[in-house]
Design a binder for this molecule. Structure first.
Ligand code: DAH
Length: 347
């Protein structure tokens, strides 16, 4: 019997060493230590041995069972650890691989231009005000000296807000930033020096130079003794800061109901230097903004006495300035969300 135990032990240990994964290890456990396993059977046979052999055989069989159980447990935890390491390795990240580059964004070209415009005017002492894009008819038109039947309204056809908010066309998407002249003058007393950036909307068929949504920057200065000379000085400085010291400017009469006199300002063409080309439509000049002396009626509308105060105002399209600056020939590029266009303006 002792011989049998010895050889069973050798065989069991050999096979245990050979089992390399948890499946074969469990198989081994069933074969030796399971209910019908060799060691279990061996223990059962002890009782049928002659009495003098029983103690030794019993001790040896128990020792074998304890030894194999312990060896099994050691092996099981070694295999478990090895399998855990292998699984971790399979999921591991190779830290030496180059990473994915994050996409770096940039400010939209219109935002860049807007900020540049505002910076130039802030250096001249202008503050910044922002008004609502949804505006009362009264502010967009009436208080700016454009009564309901005025033909000038045709220039600024817009999108109206439906009931329950607006009714009888009294609420609309502002067509220009000029209503904020009124808002600023209602909020503060002269001296006033302010620029107003913001979105404007028009009922418009889009083409290379028209969008139904665009940006404007409005300007307003009201004080005692403001004259056309101040208007010309400020706007000439703006153009030369924005487009170069050598720029020539031209002021011509123009009509806007909220100014008197009204003017249109142009600069010599930055493409041909004034000789005439496609960009300036062979005139040598590029129109960049509308301006004028604030109409006395507009001042009266907000309770400012035009006999004491005068002012100048101006309004420009931001896309137009950006188009001239970067020689872009179609306004629709700005809002087409095409990265091939936008990526060219990484500042
Ligand atoms: N609001 C005008 C427009 O949208 C532009 C303009 C012209 C603004 C003359 C002014 C101004 O302040 O004085 O066409």
């Amino acid at each position: 019997m002792l011989e049998k135990i010895k050889s069973l032990r050798e065989k069991a240990i050999q096979e245990l060493e050979a089992s390399a994964d948890s499946n074969s290890l469990e198989e081994w456990k069933r074969t030796y230590l399971g209910k019908k396993g060799f060691v279990t059977q061996l223990l059962r046979q002890i009782g049928s041995l002659p009495p003098e052999e029983r103690p030794k055989a019993g001790e040896a069989a128990n020792l074998l069972r304890d030894e194999l159980t312990q060896l099994y447990e050691e092996k099981a935890s070694a295999i478990k650890e090895a399998e855990r390491l292998q699984a971790a390795k399979a999921q591991a990240i190779d830290v030496t691989l180059p990473g994915r580059r994050p996409q770096i964004g940039a400010l939209h070209p219109v935002t860049q231009t807007l900020r540049e415009i505002i910076e130039i005017f802030s250096r001249m002492g202008f503050g910044v005000y922002e008004g609502p894009e949804v505006e009362w008819d009264e502010y967009n038109f009436g208080l700016l000296n454009i009564p309901p039947e005025h033909p000038a309204r045709d220039m600024w056809d817009t999108l109206y807000i439906a009931p329950p908010y607006g009714k009888d066309g009294n609420m609309l998407l502002r067509t220009h930033t000029s209503p904020d002249q009124i808002r600023v003058m209602e909020l503060t007393k002269p001296p006033i020096r302010v620029v107003v950036p913001g979105r404007c909307y028009r009922h418009e068929a889009t083409d290379a130079s028209h969008e139904w949504m665009f940006y404007q920057v409005e300007g307003l200065a009201v004080d005692k003794g403001i004259t056309m000379a101040h208007l010309k000085g400020v706007l000439t400085t703006f153009v030369r800061e924005m487009f170069g010291k050598e720029r020539k400017v031209r002021f011509r009469c123009d009509y806007f109901p909220f100014v008197e006199p009204g003017a249109d300002m142009a600069m010599d063409c930055i493409v041909c230097g004034g000789k005439g080309c496609r960009v300036c439509k062979f005139t040598g000049w590029l129109e960049i903004l509308g301006a004028g002396m604030v109409h006395p009626q507009v001042l009266r509308n907000v309770g400012i006495d035009p006999n004491i105060y005068t002012g100048f105002a101006f309004g420009m399209g931001v896309e137009r300035i950006a188009m001239l600056k970067h020689k872009i020939d179609d306004i629709r590029y700005f809002y087409a969300n095409d990265l091939r266009f936008l990526k060219q303006f990484r500042a």
